[in-house]
Design a binder for this molecule. Structure first.
Ligand code: DX5
Ligand code: ZN
Length: 219
């Protein structure tokens, strides 16, 4: 039997003036992970937040911290993210000249290693690292902002990635990031997705706890 998919609300869409309340809400909900988006204003055209917010999450969050680095040369900060509570650390394929080395450095630091890919990056490029990684964070929007429109090509890419994972006998999970909602989520699960990130859909809803539960309840 396939194990149940995981839900990872994205803190990027939280209310930072009341962050403690939103962290509490996710703690109490059926969410599995916290998805934490770190942006440097260089790799992506936006700046989000850094270690002070990581430390607040470390203190208050009771679930896995799934950290998505949208920064250049992410290898510079592996230990800092470990020290501020990251459990899973994903780096962008497009930001790493020595991706294999960076993946292994993340694992040696004691975290699960993920690779994030932009919408234009072919999954074929992952074939020589897929057996080494724990997660592929497949971007279904161009990274940088919450609340963007889902790119439809992602369904096919998800199916192709699932096939690659099976072919290479990898235990890697497929995480979909961007534009996840009640329309896209069921189709993504049918295409083989294991983890659904949801920012805007959760935090702009009237009842985020129920919205998270409805994503978790999908078959
Ligand atoms: C985008 C981030 C996403 C973002 C998803 O660069 O990586 O994690 O928060 O947001 P929604 O679910 O609003 O598309
Ligand atoms: Zn993300």
């Amino acid at each position: 039997m396939m194990s149940k998919h995981l839900i990872a609300p994205s803190i990027l869409s939280a209310n930072f003036a009341q962050l403690g309340n939103d962290i509490e809400m996710i703690n109490k909900s059926e969410a599995d992970w916290f998805h934490v988006d770190i942006m440097d204003g260089v790799f992506v055209p936006n700046i989000s937040f850094g270690f002070p917010i990581m430390k607040s999450l470390q203190k208050l969050a009771t679930k896995t911290l799934d950290v998505h680095l949208m920064i250049v040369q992410p290898e510079r900060y592996i230990n800092d993210f470990k020290d501020t509570g990251a459990n899973i650390l994903s780096v962008h394929y497009e930001a790493c000249t020595h991706l294999h080395r960076t993946i292994h450095a993340i694992k040696e630091a004691g975290m699960k290693a993920g690779v994030a890919i932009n919408p234009h990056t072919s999954i074929d490029l992952l074939k020589d690292v897929i057996a080494d990684i724990d997660l592929v964070c497949m971007m279904s929007v161009n990274p940088g902002f919450g609340g963007q429109k889902f790119i439809e090509n992602t369904y096919q890419k998800c199916t192709d990635l699932k096939n690659l994972i099976l072919q290479k006998n990898s235990h890697c999970l497929i995480e979909i990031d961007g534009g996840v909602n009640e329309i896209t989520a069921p189709k993504l699960l049918a295409a083989g997705a294991n983890v659904l990130v949801a920012g805007n859909y959760v935090f702009s809803s009237k009842n985020p706890i129920e919205t998270i539960a409805s994503l978790k309840a999908l078959q």
